[in-house]
Design a binder for this molecule. Structure first.
Ligand SMILES: C[S@@+](CC[C@H](N)C(=O)[O-])C[C@H]1O[C@@H](n2cnc3c(N)ncnc32)[C@H](O)[C@@H]1O
Length: 296
């Protein structure tokens, strides 16, 4: 296991994933009853955009840096001056307040909150977060990052096994984020789908969000067909390609597969996807939002 998210934090794929995650949490919180948020592949929590890893790839330049510009409006490029959709506004606010909390400064983007920290910072007292991470050094940092949050816990364990062990939760409401490193693409797709089945067997109403990379479209078609066959009420797909998907050598885009998405979540995504495309697109960018399976 060589993957380190520090090289990739805040890239265009993180932006789509985290915009979606915050929207899902918000939708879950429309009901008073608490829920369990299970982050199966959590990473270390917080990332420094000035770290040598982040600087080496510069990936955040094509992602969060285009979306969250903390400079005064007159110094920002034109494309950043659009009126943000509600999901985008929540994301920008979350990244900005995280920078204030960590650096006491809202004028520059220095730090980036990963999924468990974004989640922990939005949970209500009745909600819980369990964040799983398999690499000991990443898990240690995650434990420290989540320390201040009474209802968030970092666990050093396999996230797929955690789905089996922890579903159904006592709350009988769950949001599961599955965001693996995809070191072996086909094997990862198999593991994801097995985990989705495990979760739905134990809690049919579970809301599950799966992130996946797109190099060439052909590489994900079989996965999406199999995802549409899951015993869920509905399956929604949101994809953003920042350039054509014609090269197998690099990540050209990414997608979020949403199983049992909240009511009208498609409409919220419909507002934000074109904005993300225009902010982060490089060369002939495209976005797609469609139901793979829709409730009757
Ligand atoms: C893409 S990163 C996670 C990023 C994080 N979800 C975020 O959005 O900020 C994937 C993480 O999963 C960890 N990992 C790999 N295999 C795992 C497994 N089977 N269970 C739990 N964590 C795993 C890796 O060490 C890595 O930190």
């Amino acid at each position: 296991m060589n993957y380190r998210h520090s090289f990739h934090a805040g890239n265009f794929a993180d932006v789509l994933k985290h915009v979606t995650l915050l929207g899902l949490i918000d939708a879950m919180q429309r009901k008073d009853k608490g829920f369990l948020l299970l982050d199966t592949h959590a990473g270390r929590g917080g990332y420094l955009l000035e770290s040598s890893e982040a600087q080496r790839t510069g990936e955040c330049e094509g992602g969060v840096c285009r979306v969250v510009d903390l400079r005064p409006p007159e110094q920002q490029p034109k494309r950043q001056q659009l009126s943000p959709a509600p999901l985008l506004r929540s994301y920008v606010d979350a990244v900005r307040t995280f920078n204030v909390a960590t650096h006491g400064d809202a004028s520059a983007l220095r730090a980036y909150p990963g999924s468990p920290l974004l989640a922990a910072r939005t949970l209500r007292p009745q909600d819980r977060l369990i964040a799983c991470e398999l690499q000991p050094t990443e898990h240690k940092a995650l434990g420290e990052a989540l320390g201040p949050f009474a209802n968030a816990r970092a666990e050093l364990r396999d996230g797929y096994a955690a789905v089996k062990a922890l579903m159904p939760p006592v709350e009988r409401r769950a949001l599961i984020l599955i965001d693996p490193p995809f070191e072996a693409q086909e094997a990862e797709f198999d593991a994801i789908l097995a985990s989705v089945r495990d979760a739905l067997q134990r809690l049919p109403s579970a809301v599950i969000a799966v992130w996946f990379p797109i190099k060439r479209r052909a590489g994900v078609q079989r996965f999406l067909r199999r995802a549409a066959d899951q015993p869920a009420t509905s399956v929604l797909l949101a994809e953003l390609l920042v350039r054509p998907d014609d090269s197998p050598l690099r990540m050209n885009g990414s997608g979020m597969l949403l199983i049992n998405p909240p009511w009208q979540f498609d409409q919220q995504l419909a507002q934000v996807m074109p904005q993300l495309r225009s902010l982060m697109g490089e060369n002939e960018p495209t976005s797609d939002l469609r139901w793979l399976k829709q409730a009757d």
